[in-house]
Design a protein around this ligand. Structure first.
Ligand code: PMT
Length: 406
């Protein structure tokens, strides 16, 4: 592990495992990191400021109203850090972070922090199993926070169960991996689409599909962890530390993606875009009348992906507009229920993208709505690479590593 010149901000909350963080600080220091420590008032019941100060070779931060420079402490610490680790994290602090409560220096920094955050909880096993605690952790995970679950074993409260802080080695390697991982797409802007578009028929009815947006969301989260500036254009409600543009129809989606086109390095179209929309939207709820049958006339939606690829082929303006990027990678997805390989090969050449990720949407255990996927990556030069069934998070990581050649 080498963490040379990396800025690690450790938040210690009021749990007995706080004493273990003294050793953790030494481990980070030995591997070259610059470490600063914030303590909650309760943490100081378990460790002293003097110990933490000696080990980190930095001031230890506790109060918000004694800043060491002109900037408010919670902002300067958030700006300084490359990563924030909260260990041990109590149920109380986890709950506050979820709610955006900023009532001490640690929770204020967490509220202001927009980079990678890792949380290592430690608490009594019954507290760990509490539904509110588990829900809070799920919410944080959904926002891109990495949770290092506690281990099983003897607990300081006398119980045996899940609740003791995970091993220091595990924390170190998670921090090391996150910091290295953050470099892969640093400086790159990645635009991702997700969810099924919604094509209104009248004020109460619409045409859509079963896309849950999970595949696109996993790609966005992973690209963010890899250090990219991420824009997620989605039909779903998403809370995230990166830019999210909520859209409804295919036309809205096209508009939003086009707005991001110039400045993007990678565009991934994981959304299930409706091929057609109704020709005449009815401003009023459509009435049954005496009709036994109803015919809706549909018109073709633009093919967003194909048009992006066409746009890329056009000569670039000289000089390039400010912030515009050359050499874009454009990736499509391909939802097939039969003849996956033949259809995907045809689609990649028709659309003109660099990669096409094909998945079989006739299977219930992958594709639409599932937490898992199994995909085959086709590249424009004829290369084919199958990714075996795994969680969408793992598939997202493998896709991003593959298309960026990592
Ligand atoms: O959202 P989940 O529940 O997690 O499910 C994930 C998924 C199955 C939706 C996803 O993995 C997927 O396959 N997305 C693409 C679905 C799709 O629209 O496939 P397609 O074969 O119809 O389209 C091919 C490509 O062209 C896609 O990148 C699509 O975004 C794009 N397209 C399609 C039509 C259109 N009018 N404009 C487009 O840009």
């Amino acid at each position: 592990m080498t963490l040379q010149n990396q800025h690690i901000l450790i938040g210690i909350t009021g749990g007995i495992a706080a004493y273990k963080i003294c050793e953790l600080i030494r481990m980070f220091k030995k591997s070259g990191a610059d470490v600063k420590v914030i303590v909650t008032p309760n943490a100081l019941n378990f460790v002293t400021k003097l110990t933490l100060q000696n080990l980190s070779q930095n001031d230890v931060y506790e109060g918000e109203f004694t800043p060491k420079n002109w900037k408010p402490e919670h902002i300067s610490l958030a700006d300084w850090a490359d990563i924030m680790l909260i260990a041990p994290a109590t149920a109380n602090t986890i709950g506050k972070i979820v709610q955006g409560i900023a009532d001490n220096l640690l929770t204020s920094v967490a509220c202001a922090f927009s980079k990678k955050m890792i949380i290592a909880p430690a608490m009594n096993c019954n507290m760990w199993q509490n539904v509110a605690v588990q829900n809070n952790l799920n919410i944080l995970e959904g926002r891109g926070v990495e949770i290092l679950p506690p281990d099983n074993g003897f607990l300081a409260c006398g119980y045996i169960g899940k609740g003791r802080l995970c091993s220091l080695e595990k924390i170190c390697s998670a921090v090391d991996e996150a910091l290295n991982y953050q470099q892969i797409l640093k400086g790159k802007k990645v635009v991702i689409t997700s969810g099924g578009t919604i094509e209104d028929i009248d004020p109460v009815r619409y045409i859509s599909n079963y896309s849950s947006g999970k595949m696109g969301l996993s790609l966005a989260k992973t690209a963010y962890d890899m250090g990219a500036e991420v824009v997620l254009v989605t039909t779903k409600d998403v809370e995230a530390p990166y830019k999210v543009t909520k859209v409804k129809s295919a036309l809205d989606m096209q508009n939003a993606v086009n707005n991001e086109y110039d400045g993007s390095d990678i565009i991934i179209m994981a959304a299930a875009v409706a091929d057609y929309r109704v020709k005449n939207y009815s401003e009023q709820k459509m009435k049954k009348g005496g009709n036994e049958n109803l015919t809706l006339e549909l018109v073709k939606n633009p093919d967003i992906l194909a048009e992006l690829c066409k746009k890329r082929q056009a000569p670039l303006p000289n000089p390039l507009p400010q912030g515009a990027r050359e050499n874009k990678i454009i990736v499509g997805f391909c939802a097939e229920s039969e003849n996956l390989i033949e259809n995907a090969k045809e689609k990649i050449s028709k659309k003109g993208c660099d990669f096409l990720i094909a998945n079989d949407i006739s299977r219930k255990d992958i594709g639409f709505g599932s937490d898992n996927n199994e995909v085959t990556i086709f590249d424009k030069n004829g290369g084919i690479n199958k990714l075996e069934k795994a969680s969408k998070q793992v598939i997202a990581r493998k896709i991003l590593e593959y298309i960026t050649n990592e």
